[in-house]
Ligand binder design. Structure first.
Ligand SMILES: *[C@@H]1O[C@H](CO)[C@@H](O)[C@H](O)[C@H]1NC(C)=O
Ligand SMILES: *[C@@H]1O[C@H](CO)[C@@H](O)[C@H](O)[C@H]1NC(C)=O
Ligand SMILES: *[C@@H]1O[C@H](CO)[C@@H](O)[C@H](O)[C@H]1NC(C)=O
Ligand SMILES: *[C@@H]1O[C@H](CO)[C@@H](O)[C@H](O)[C@H]1NC(C)=O
Ligand SMILES: *[C@@H]1O[C@H](CO)[C@@H](O)[C@H](O)[C@H]1NC(C)=O
Ligand SMILES: *[C@@H]1O[C@H](CO)[C@@H](O)[C@H](O)[C@H]1NC(C)=O
Ligand SMILES: *[C@@H]1O[C@H](CO)[C@@H](O)[C@H](O)[C@H]1NC(C)=O
Ligand SMILES: *[C@@H]1O[C@H](CO)[C@@H](O)[C@H](O)[C@H]1NC(C)=O
Length: 763
């Protein structure tokens, strides 16, 4: 009963969420980009890869000024400066392997060799693993002048997934700066069926088929830091034992010194621990962004006045719920503290997960980095086998997301950070680049990050559509050398590089330049230009910049604008947008603001289905932006600002709009409340009546979902809902369509997800 109530609360939360989307008050969703530029062809480099076939690019490794990109049957070595191909390593699967793969029912597209793991062992030796037509293989390649030659070949089982779409990650980590004696740490899935997820370093692995270790994980990143290798992933939460299933984000770690335990533990980690990552908006009911999608590298900087090491991560809500994305940061220190805290445990299969009493934890404490793990006592090893999960979640660094986006337009998919960019006054800001699933890149800073009081004031400097076809961004990389400032943007089939900053283009007056709040840009008083520091750095006194407030008295025109308050109030007045922005107060502006809320909710639940719709609406938006920017150029350089101060017409229309929006907020509040109320009543009634009906009822509402199925497969709820679900897995297994593999379709795997999960468990 408690369980069902839990579920109801969850659904009521959705209504709260809807309400928040409308009100935009407590949530920072009103943050609008300052510039929405069009890509300028001559500033973009492109690497098309194979023009006729899908490449399935995966960024693998940066080698100085070169980038190694794993693709289908090929590793490209491309120059970062120009995106020209310099070299390629071709590796096709043998006809025999392809034949066997085809016989096993995989498509021609799947029966190719997708390069998914690569490590530079030394300057000239590459360790490369490919899916090799569902029979993973790894090779050592020697680089010679013009080509790559391979010697040794070994099985890739446990090192490389069978399925090219599986979200695996690998990192080559050695004892301090010794690349050649390093080891490959991999988080992937073994077995043809993909039933055996693991974190592996020869010969150590996580427990096989133990859902407490890994439960249908999607790995997003792995990082080496001091004595540990960290893995970031999302997985089905074992500790969530209410009816239904939930995915949580995790950080796991293993010790690089781990040598395995004695006897039966000799090929098991003795140091594997994991904890939940808490990316949420606090409140009476915290709202969670549960599904991690990407993390940055570890960044060392000054935050809240103190030196800290942090990582940034992108988190989203589940695919079949209200669409929301957020960026949260976590400090290494707090991650370590969580791992030193108490363990979570479940007394027996039907009881709740609780904190394990610290006094009962065996000595030496399980999961630590020890000199020789082979001497650890059996007690400690038995304990760690069943208690890998920490009780507390790692809190996010600012106790709230740094930036979030709700609404149906897009989700965040990837993040990369250009760390600690120095500004004129000597403060340092992390510049975040966030990729979306519709081809956009968003550039964000926390304007308050230098203030030392731990506040978050997100500023979206720029939002640029990189892939006009709306291809999801799968990877980003900052290339910031002395003379090159580029952001490499990757989708499945294309790689672009765009300027990291373009100060002069976005701002031609002092106030626009300072108003951008871009740490890369400052107003050069002597040359009267908005410019970047360049390789020599800023000269104090000569440049005007104010990232924290976007205002400086040396640029008097700014007083007309409202730059000082980046978070807009509920009145839909135009936020500060110096140039080429789609929201000056003309006819077009209303069109833009009115269109957004109209996007149908359906676009959220099935990204595949609504694809064309997205494209259509984006297209409209583009057209309007076009119109607006021509208006802008007629108005002159600070067109938007001029527009904002031109007379009563606009103010009048803003008022009208304000009334309209207020009405809609009130309406949605009332509707949300009533539906929430009805829903909770409904749940409560059915709780009393019959849990079966309840499950059924909820099930219908979740297209994605065998909501109440997980308990059976976790063996938690024996008897609970099991009669109704017994035949479902069979259905689902039968439903697995032979994936049609004309690879360009990135969504097919997402659609198959529930089916695959069941397959994993039952076959
Ligand atoms: C593109 O891929 C196809 C199939 O993998 C291959 O036959 C063709 O040679 C490739 N083209 C280029 C230019 O690499
Ligand atoms: C990539 O190509 C460049 C230029 O040919 C070469 O200097 C570099 O070593 C290559 N890197 C790898 C890892 O193959
Ligand atoms: C690769 O290079 C190493 C050392 O440079 C050498 O020992 C090895 O035989 C080479 N392998 C091949 C296949 O050329
Ligand atoms: C996550 O963080 C929020 C806000 O900081 C807090 O209210 C909530 O209790 C935390 N949740 C967990 C599971 O620790
Ligand atoms: C572990 O080894 C290091 C160096 O080999 C040594 O300094 C340290 O005292 C050892 N620690 C333990 C607990 O034995
Ligand atoms: C930015 O402006 C704010 C408010 O005017 C001021 O307090 C702050 O010192 C300024 N920072 C710089 C670097 O000029
Ligand atoms: C919306 O924009 C179109 C063309 O961009 C224009 O014809 C139409 O009048 C606008 N509608 C409103 C309500 O402003
Ligand atoms: C891998 O991650 C992406 C992005 O979150 C997701 O769409 C896809 O379904 C995942 N792949 C698998 C096989 O689960």
């Amino acid at each position: 009963m408690v369980n069902i109530l839990g579920l109801c609360t969850r659904h009521q939360l959705l209504f709260f969420f809807l309400y928040f989307i409308e009100s935009r008050g407590a949530w920072q969703d009103g943050v609008k980009p300052k510039v929405i530029p069009k890509l300028q062809e001559h500033k973009v480099d492109r690497f098309p890869g194979n023009q006729t076939h899908s490449d399935h690019f995966k960024l693998l490794e940066r080698d100085g000024n070169y980038l190694l990109v794993g693709a289908k049957n090929i590793v490209y070595n491309i120059s970062l400066a120009t995106l020209q191909e310099k070299k390629r390593l071709e590796w096709y699967s043998s006809d025999d392997d392809i034949h066997v793969c085809r016989v096993k029912g995989k498509s021609e597209e799947e029966c190719q060799n997708y390069i998914r793991v690569l490590a530079l062992k030394s300057n000239n030796v590459l360790f490369v693993c490919g899916t090799n037509a569902y029979k993973p293989v790894c090779r050592d390649y020697n680089q010679t002048e013009n080509e790559y030659k391979y010697g040794e070949e070994q099985t890739g089982e446990g090192l490389c997934p069978y399925d090219p779409n599986h979200n695996s990650t690998a990192v080559f980590a050695g004892p301090v700066n010794h690349r050649t004696d390093g080891d490959l740490y991999v988080a992937t899935v073994a077995q043809f069926s993909g039933a055996d997820p693991l974190i592996y370093r020869k010969p150590l692995r996580t427990e096989q088929f133990n859902l407490k270790h890994l439960n249908s994980p999607n790995f997003v990143n792995s990082l080496h830091h001091e004595d540990h290798v960290y893995f970031f992933f999302r997985e089905t939460a074992v500790e969530y034992i209410n009816c239904g299933k939930t995915v949580y984000s995790r950080v796991a770690r293993v010790c690089t010194k781990d040598k395995g335990g004695p006897h039966k533990y000799r090929n098991r980690w003795t140091s594997f621990l994991k904890a939940r990552l808490n990316c949420s908006v606090s409140g009476e009911f915290p709202f969670y962004f549960n599904e991690i999608q990407s993390t940055s590298n570890i960044i060392e900087g000054i935050y809240r006045g103190k030196k800290s090491e942090i990582i940034y991560g992108v988190f989203t809500t589940p695919v079949n719920s209200i669409s929301g994305s957020a960026v949260c940061a976590f400090s290494i220190k707090q991650i370590l503290e969580t791992f030193d805290g108490s363990f979570k445990w479940q007394e027996d299969i039907n009881s709740n997960w609780l904190s394990f009493p610290n006094s009962k934890v065996p000595e030496p404490r399980p999961g630590q980095c020890v000199n020789d793990s082979r001497t650890l006592p059996e007690m400690t090893l038995n304990f760690i086998k069943d208690h890998t999960l920490m009780d507390k979640a790692v809190p996010s660094f600012w106790n709230q997301p740094l930036i979030l986006h709700t609404g149906f337009g897009y989700r965040y998919t990837y993040i990369t950070v250009d760390p600690q960019i120095e500004t004129v006054d000597g403060n340092r800001y992390d510049v975040l680049f966030i990729g979306t699933d519709n081809g956009k890149v968003i550039k964000v800073v926390n304007a308050a990050s230098a203030s030392g009081d731990g506040k978050v004031v997100p500023v979206i400097i720029e939002e640029v559509t990189v892939f006009q076809n709306g291809a999801p961004i799968t990877s980003l990389l900052v290339y910031n050398s002395a003379f090159q400032f580029k952001l490499v943007v990757v989708s499945q089939d294309e790689i672009y590089s765009i300027p990291l900053h373009d100060c002069e283009r976005y701002a031609s007056t002092c106030s626009d330049c300072v108003g951008l709040q871009d740490p890369y840009c400052a107003w050069d008083e002597s040359r009267q230009r908005c410019t970047n520091a360049g390789p020599r750095g800023w000269i104090r006194g000569k440049f005007v910049q104010n990232v924290s407030h976007g205002w400086d008295e040396k640029c008097p025109e700014t007083e007309l604008g409202t730059e000082t308050t980046p978070t807009t109030t509920s009145a839909p007045t135009c936020p500060p947008c110096p140039l080429e922005c789609a929201c000056p107060s003309t006819e077009g502006a209303r069109n833009v603001t009115e269109h957004e809320p109209e996007r149908p909710p359906s676009s959220d639940s099935s990204p595949g289905g609504s694809y064309s719709h997205h494209q259509a609406s984006r297209h409209d938006g583009d057209k309007e932006a076009d119109v607006v920017s021509t208006v802008d150029s007629q108005l002159g350089d600070n067109g938007a600002l001029a527009g904002a101060s031109t007379g009563y017409m606009d103010m009048y229309s803003a008022e009208t709009l304000a009334i309209a929006v207020t009405t809609s907020i009130v309406t949605s509040l009332v509707v949300g409340f009533i539906s929430g109320y009805i829903f909770s009543r409904r749940c409560r009634n059915e709780e009393v009546d019959s849990p079966y009906d309840d499950g059924h009822y909820l099930d219908q509402r979740h297209r994605g979902g065998p909501l109440c199925q997980e308990p059976t497969h976790l063996n938690h709820g024996e008897g609970f809902l099991s009669p109704g679900t017994n035949n479902k897995p069979i259905n689902l297994v039968l439903n697995v369509p032979p994936k049609n593999g004309n690879g360009k379709n990135a969504n097919s795997s997402a659609d198959n997800k529930p089916a695959q999960k069941v397959k994993k468990i039952y076959l």
